[in-house]
Design a protein around this ligand. Structure first.
Ligand SMILES: Nc1ncnc2c1ncn2[C@@H]1O[C@H](COP(=O)(O)OP(=O)(O)OP(=O)(O)O)[C@@H](O)[C@H]1O
Ligand SMILES: [Mg+2]
Length: 112
């Protein structure tokens, strides 16, 4: 199993959610977060100039999926969240050791 963390532009949440559900994702966690990348939160990149770092609002999506589904999930987020402008976001992929559905006791793949 993989645990996929994606930081995306807020207006991309709904299309990403819809596309992931269409692909068979059964659950996800979403948070409103703030962050910065290489441009330190500036709306454009000025080479050589000094600017203060600011935090930009982003959406964090966390989704636990089977190894089989993970490549498709990464592909969908990449395609749907992309605008081609700076700040489109990032995807981090972690190995997921275990999962458990509290109500039923289902574990691992049965719990996703
Ligand atoms: N190294 C990092 N570690 C943790 N979070 C990060 C990291 N880089 C970016 N993020 C998160 O991803 C968000 C979007 O980053 P962003 O897309 O601006 O990355 P970038 O490397 O600057 O790429 P780009 O040049 O396309 O803007 C940030 O606001 C932050 O929340
Ligand atoms: Mg950036």
């Amino acid at each position: 199993m993989k645990f996929i963390i994606a930081l995306i532009k807020p207006f991309k949440l709904e299309p990403v959610r819809e596309a992931l559900q269409d692909a068979g994702v059964e659950g996800m966690t979403v948070s409103e977060v703030r962050g910065f990348g290489r441009q330190k939160g500036q709306p454009v990149f000025y080479r050589g100039a000094e600017y203060n770092t600011t935090f930009v609002p982003k959406i964090k999506i966390e989704v636990a999926v089977s190894d089989d589904l993970a490549p498709r999930v990464i592909e969908i987020i990449t395609e749907v969240a992309k605008t081609g402008s700076i700040g489109d976001g990032k995807i981090f992929v972690l190995d997921l050791e275990s999962a458990l559905r509290i109500r039923t006791g289902d574990t691992d793949h049965d719990a996703l």
